[in-house]
Design a protein around this ligand. Structure first.
Ligand code: GLC
Ligand code: GLC
Length: 813
């Protein structure tokens, strides 16, 4: 069952009922100012950091969920309704929400009054603009009222929901223009140099800044007293909960429309220019911002700029195939989600509260993989930021806060996969851009410039961290956990409340990870490639020798269980992920990652491992992370066994590593199976079962409940997941096969036999490649590569910066 449809020409998903199974959200903002907005106008806004600089309040864990947003109310006689249906939930005569790339629109009507709300964050300003158009479709005049409402957050979202003894006394506001512009200036008198504004481009008939005055102390936003009375109270908040609400009385002749523009903005003042008079904030920059969005034409222009920005970005990789769903995901939604995950890491979604994790080291490095082609300069800066939180021994802070860019010591280090992801991200950047200068960039360790070293030295220490931390089988030590945060082999926690990740020693001398071994082969080779690029041939040779040794261990009885790769060894030296285990006999991660690294390709173990994945882990909704699910808690394994069977890391379908399996299938040439795995978790395909899947049908979620779960097929934790980047890498670079190498673009597709011919337009290092592929019913193999009419050996198109466009014909066979 569907709750909407894709409008590919408009680059939008159209939601046709407010009653989606879960809130279906969108992200506004591309740089530093962001909003989350649901299909019923729920959500919140922040500047740079969802924890430290939150503008508006959102109540996670609320009943009903998705309650609090930036709301508009229409009062039409005795009827009160919202253009997004929530929070009043008056039945609407029509409703449509369109989520586009960085904007959303809500069109609704009730009793022949129609509203259209367009909301977006302009490219150049730290604000969210909402254009509200009201149309009277009656044959008679109409007199209605429009109210706006936002509830301010007192900046630090964590403190805001805990520290009431202080916070209920600190709230301060100012109002100008008779209430048209409301300034939220809590804590501005002391250490903050920023305030927020909510303004409208018209004189108002009333306003409120005190929540109790507007809603009534015992009401929620579903029944504001001021709206019911048809009159705001012009309240000036002092402490308690400051809000911003406007009241506009609107008269409309038959057929007439009126438009109002609301601006919710963030303003910073230099320390010496904070005040225009004692206790009066300097409003100049706010007035300048508001002045830019006074009329419809300037709002429309800003929207056009946003759309042009996206059109440009999406022209960098564009496929045309006979498969509409693939084209839709590749050309629009998958790349859009890659931008969002790059911007947010795992910080702010409807399932990540914005106050927990900031930027993850491993998460952000992986997010880069699907983003780097879009805006390489931002990826470059991100790599430097991430590397700056690395320690001198090559290990790394697991997370850092986006505002301060400093490592988070609460969680610390000891996740032994982290170092290798830095190589992955850097290599992807150099393959995309050819910019080797990044390797010479001087980067601090733990933000300490006095011990800074070139980035290349950071990569060496990443590599050597693994070399220097091996266990009894000569496999990498796992530390607190590897990619699977829940495989906590050194934790041994028995008391509720202890963190699975940080309890226990970070270094156990015994527990090992086969998965990190697979990563080491893949990214060790990529490290060696970069060494060669820098002319460090001895170092490259040393690295490749280490890689070869690791590969041997992986293929020996230490890493190979007979039919698949072992997952790990626990702190007693017992196998995790072997046929001898009662539960958790086979895990997906080492199968996917070892094979995508090419391990076992020659010996046939690669194929065997993937056949075992199909036989043991596959379901109609995707490939599960492990089987059989753990039914009891294993202290020696940690959080993985804490989840009920079928959920999350305990045998859920963890979407993130499905593309690893799909990529692995392309490595051994099985295009049919690679595509089958791709399709199972692909939103454009799961749209048809939205009543089962429940999360947004235009983007990936982190996890789908596995076969052991009561709600098999149900998605959870949408948006912020490494699935976005990995799936884009899979479909664009491995299945469609357009892969950037250090020397140039390679084209080597691996598609299902019935995929048909296709073409890809790819802008790469300033050159536009028009690639057409004649598939000839073949899953993998390039018979001929013709570049501008001349046949070329191999699959790599020699890079020639002097050309503007290059015509490439690929004949498979
Ligand atoms: C979450 C984390 C990610 C981890 C994964 C598996 O998605 O963000 O870092 O790799 O879970 O545990
Ligand atoms: C839990 C989750 C995992 C996530 C981690 C982040 O362990 O199961 O997915 O990566 O928390 O701290």
């Amino acid at each position: 069952m569907k709750y909407g449809y894709f409008d590919d020409a408009a680059l939008e998903y159209v939601i046709t009922t407010p009653k989606t199974p879960l809130p279906w959200i969108n992200y506004l903002g591309n740089k530093e100012f962001f909003s989350l907005i649901s299909n019923t106008c729920g959500g919140y806004t922040f500047y740079k950091d969802a924890k430290l600089l939150r503008l508006t309040r959102y109540r996670y864990n609320n009943v009903p969920y998705d309650n609090n947003g930036k709301y508009f109310f229409i009062k039409d006689g005795d009827t009160v309704w919202n253009p997004g249906w929530q929070p009043v939930k008056t039945a609407l005569d029509s409703y449509e929400c369109r989520h586009g790339l960085g904007y959303s629109t809500f069109t609704a009507s009730k009793k022949d009054i129609q509203t259209r709300v367009l909301t977006f964050v302009p490219m150049e300003d730290n604000c969210e603009v909402s254009k509200v158009t009201i149309t009277n479709n009656r044959s008679t005049d109409a007199e209605i009222q429009l109210f706006s409402y936002v509830e301010w957050c007192l900046w630090n979202a964590d403190d805001d929901m805990k520290n009431f003894q202080r916070n209920l006394s600190t709230g301060e506001v100012e109002v100008t223009g008779g209430g048209s512009v409301i300034y939220h200036k809590t804590e501005y008198r002391e250490r903050r140099n920023h305030y927020a504004i909510y303004g409208v481009n018209t004189a108002v008939d009333g306003f409120d800044t005190s929540r109790d005055a507007f809603l009534g102390a015992y009401n929620g936003p579903d029944s504001p007293d001021a709206v019911a009375a048809g009159a705001c109270t012009n309240s000036i908040a002092s402490g308690w909960s400051p809000i911003a609400a406007h009241q506009i009385n609107v008269k409309l002749a038959a057929g007439e429309s009126k438009t109002f523009i609301f601006t919710l903005g963030y303003i910073e003042n230099p320390e010496d220019q904070k005040w225009e008079a004692p206790s009066v904030v300097n409003k100049k920059p706010a007035e300048a911002m508001l002045a830019k969005y006074q009329d419809e034409a300037s709002v429309d222009k800003a929207l056009e700029e946003l759309k042009a920005y996206w059109k440009d970005l999406l022209s960098i990789y564009h496929v045309k195939s006979s498969n509409e769903k693939v084209d839709r995901m590749v050309n629009i939604w998958n790349q859009y989600q890659c931008m969002v995950t790059f911007n947010m890491s795992r910080s702010a979604s409807y399932y990540e509260s914005g106050i927990g994790r900031g930027m993850g080291f491993r998460d952000s490095c992986q997010d880069l993989l699907g983003f780097v082609h879009l805006i390489p300069d931002r990826a470059r800066q991100r790599i430097i930021d991430i590397a700056s939180t690395q320690f001198q021994d090559g290990s790394a802070y697991h997370q850092y806060q986006p505002l301060t860019k400093k490592g988070n010591s609460d969680i610390g280090s000891g996740f032994n996969d982290d170092p290798l992801w830095l190589i992955a991200g850097t290599n992807a950047y150099v393959r995309e851009t050819g910019d080797v200068s990044i390797l010479d960039e001087i980067v601090p360790f733990d933000n300490d410039m006095s011990v800074a070293q070139p980035l290349m030295e950071h990569l060496k220490r990443s590599f050597d961290y693994i070399v220097n931390h091996k266990g009894p089988h000569k496999l990498p030590l796992i530390g607190r956990a590897d990619w699977n945060d829940c495989l906590n082999l050194n934790c041994h926690s028995t008391q509720p409340g202890e963190s699975f990740q940080t309890f226990g020693p970070s270094e156990g001398p015994v527990a090992e990870s086969v998965f990190i071994g697979g990563m080491f082969v893949k990214y060790g080779r990529e490290y060696a490639d970069l060494c060669k690029l820098q002319g460090k041939n001895d170092e490259a040779e040393r690295a490749l020798k280490e890689v070869a040794e690791m590969e041997k261990v992986l293929l020996s009885d230490a890493g190979w269980d007979g039919k698949w790769f072992v997952r790990a060894y626990d702190s007693y030296g017992n196998k995790v992920g072997g046929a001898e285990c009662e539960e958790g006999q086979i895990y997906i991660e080492p199968q996917g990652f070892c094979v995508l690294a090419g391990v076992g390709k020659e010996t046939g173990q690669a194929q065997k491992a993937l056949d075992s994945v199909k036989a043991k882990l596959d379901t109609k909704y995707g490939v599960m992370i492990l089987q059989p699910a753990y039914t009891v808690y294993h202290e020696e394994l940690g959080e993985v066994s804490s989840y009920p069977p079928g959920y999350k890391e305990n045998a859920g379908i963890f979407c993130h590593n499905n593309p690893w399996v799909s990529i692995a299938e392309t490595v051994i040439g099985r295009g049919d199976r690679a595509f089958e795995v791709y399709k199972k978790t692909c939103p454009a395909y799961t749209e048809e079962i939205s009543e089962i899947h429940r999360t947004e049908p235009y983007i990936y979620c982190q996890m789908v409940a596995g076969a052991d779960a009561k709600f098999h097929g149900e998605g959870k934790n949408s948006w912020l997941t490494g699935t976005a980047a990995w799936t884009f890498v899979n479909i664009s670079q491995y299945i469609l096969g357009v892969y950037p190498t250090l020397k140039g673009l390679s084209v080597d597709p691996c598609v299902p036999a019935d995929f048909g011919d296709f073409s890809v337009k790819r802008i790469y290092r300033g050159v536009e490649y028009d690639i057409t592929v004649k598939q000839n019913g073949v899953q993998k193999g390039v018979k001929q590569l013709i570049v501008d009419g001349t046949e070329v050996e191999g699959t790599v198109i020699p890079y020639d910066a002097s050309k503007k466009t290059v015509k490439v014909e690929v004949i498979m066979g």
